[in-house]
Design a protein around this ligand. Structure first.
Ligand SMILES: Nc1ncnc2c1ncn2[C@@H]1O[C@H](COP(=O)(O)OP(=O)(O)OP(=O)(O)O)[C@@H](O)[C@H]1O
Length: 369
């Protein structure tokens, strides 16, 4: 009677198990996305180390558990250990511009027209990135209606500390760093902004702020797609942009102009956010598409960009943002916070793919015994 030969773990079966998990944000498996740092097989044991390119504090444990279960189901595997971490790299910037040393990625949040909820979205996205563990700053470039200070609960009249008579220290709020022209202007010294002054002043504000090694700096752009926005888009080393729109026809036409503007200056549009997409009645829970349905999806399809997400028209979003603690910090476990976090991971994952396309993939160390 012959004894059965000892079963050995097949590497390709382990790889197939890893590949059977599609990362929802990278939209591919972790091997093809270059996220597998090492895969070691030792007797009946498998050790896998994964590094995601986007902040994912809220995900890593779940992903590790899922991969472990998949690997443990492979024939001959007795045990496995899986570690999942994340780190943010710098994505390339447009044209000849040089990236900042102390900011890895600059994300411009823009809208074709005013009042669509651009600042609310920018603030919540910045806080959502921070909630996933990233180091985040926000620059209020909305010179005509600066609202970031108010939305982050920064008291009126707060002034940034000046260092070495040259640099501003950003103001800390809800765990992120903030800077706004509104922190420098007093009611006694109003400024009449003309185009060239605005972009000059904003660039100065951007470069003279001592940002503390940020993974992401979110810029709340002035609304519209005029000269100011174009100059900013040309002169600031932006790694990606987000266009906020409401489903109204007019806002959508303007959003298209926003996408075209970024295309013109070679700034990748990471996606479109559809704000105030649906109204949910606070009495009966009935949902109504007040401004029409699916506009964000159509525009995203037409321009080949992602729809990052759709936010409802919600009293909670308005009251919390206008009250100084946006929903992501005021109601961290709410459905709406989940939408913002999902959008934040989507855009960060998109940026990480741009980064990995620009550089050689990470080295994967494979050892069999
Ligand atoms: N999804 C939403 N539901 C309800 N209210 C919202 C929503 N998004 C934004 N708002 C509210 O709409 C108003 C305008 O929002 P916000 O200031 O973010 O717009 P904006 O596009 O940045 O405007 P602008 O740049 O023209 O000043 C604010 O009072 C804000 O709280």
């Amino acid at each position: 009677m012959s004894t059965p030969s000892p079963t050995v773990i097949s590497r390709s079966m382990v790889e197939a198990a890893i590949q059977s998990y599609q990362d929802p944000y990278l939209k591919q498996n972790l091997l093809s996305a270059g996220c597998v740092k090492s895969l070691e097989i030792d007797g009946g044991k498998v050790q896998l180390s994964v590094e995601l390119g986007y902040p994912a504090d809220g995900l890593v444990n779940g992903v590790a558990e899922l991969l472990r279960t998949k690997i443990n189901n492979v024939e001959a595997v007795e045990d496995s250990s899986v570690s999942v971490s994340w780190s943010v790299a710098s994505a390339p910037v447009q044209g000849e511009l040089e990236a900042f040393a102390n900011v890895k990625n600059i994300i411009a949040v823009a809208s074709g027209k005013g009042g669509v909820g651009k600042s609310t979205t920018a603030a919540n996205l910045a806080l959502a990135l921070a909630a996933e563990g990233a180091r985040v700053g926000i620059l209020d470039a909305d010179i005509y209606g600066p609202s970031v200070g108010l939305m982050l609960g920064i008291a009126d009249g707060t002034r940034p500390e000046v260092k070495n008579e040259k640099f501003f220290m950003p103001i800390q709020a809800h765990g992120i760093e903030a800077m706004s022209m509104a922190f420098l202007i007093t009611e006694d010294t109003p400024v009449v902004w003309r185009g060239p002054m605005v972009s000059g002043a904003l660039q100065q504000l951007l470069t003279q702020t001592l940002w503390n090694n940020l993974d992401y700096l979110v810029i709340d752009m002035p609304p519209g797609t005029g000269d100011i926005q174009l100059t900013l888009a040309q002169k600031v080393p932006v790694t990606g942009s987000v266009v906020v729109t409401t489903p109204q026809d007019l806002a959508l036409i303007d959003a298209k102009k926003g996408i075209e503007m970024f295309n013109k200056v070679n700034i990748p549009v990471l996606g479109v956010v559809e704000n105030m997409a649906v109204h949910i009645c606070s009495n009966c829970g009935h949902s109504e598409h007040l401004f029409g349905e699916g506009g964000g999806t159509r525009i995203a399809e037409q321009f080949g960009v992602d729809l990052l997400g759709a936010l409802p028209l919600s009293m909670m979003i308005r009251e919390q943002a206008d009250g100084g603690a946006p929903t992501v910090v005021a109601e961290p476990d709410s459905q709406i916070t989940m939408i913002y976090k999902d959008m934040a991971r989507r855009l960060a994952a998109e940026l990480s793919l741009k980064n990995s396309q620009a550089t050689a993939g990470p080295t994967i160390s494979f050892s069999d015994d």
